[in-house]
Design a protein around this ligand. Structure first.
Ligand code: MN
Length: 130
């Protein structure tokens, strides 16, 4: 799992040869896929989260509102916020959701991916206590 923080991003001016008007571009990540991309807008209430799961292809999460938490198996729980992006590798066991105190909305883009749903994320794991 890789988190691309909004604050760490480098915005570049779009090439005026290809754009009318000023526009800035920030690269969020490279996604290698040749097949179908499926997009989902998912809104979690505070404390809400997915079960643990895996995708057969890459998943890119674009946090568009609020604050949330993500975790890859064997790594700590990490906080994310609007403007951050998270890329998740094929087969990586993980979960994503809101923070305990705030809602979170993300766009999920799944590339050539089906999802294998696994066990629930325990309260202790969600709180980062284990
Ligand atoms: Mn996922």
């Amino acid at each position: 799992m890789k988190i691309i923080r909004e604050r760490d991003g480098v915005s570049e001016q779009a090439d005026p040869a290809n754009f009318v008007g000023r526009a800035s571009v920030r690269r969020l990540g490279d996604l290698d896929a040749a097949g179908t991309a499926r997009g989902f807008l998912v809104s979690f209430e505070p404390g809400g989260r997915t079960n643990w799961h895996r995708h057969t292809g890459t998943q890119l999460l674009l946090i568009v509102e609020g604050r949330g938490r993500v975790q890859s198996e064997g790594e700590p729980v990490r906080e994310v916020a609007a403007g951050d992006a998270v890329s998740i590798a094929p087969g990586e066991k993980h979960w994503h959701g809101a923070s305990p105190e705030a809602a979170m909305t993300h766009v999920a883009i799944n590339l050539d991916a089906t999802t294998e749903w696994l066990e629930r994320v325990s309260e202790e794991t969600y709180r980062g206590l284990e």
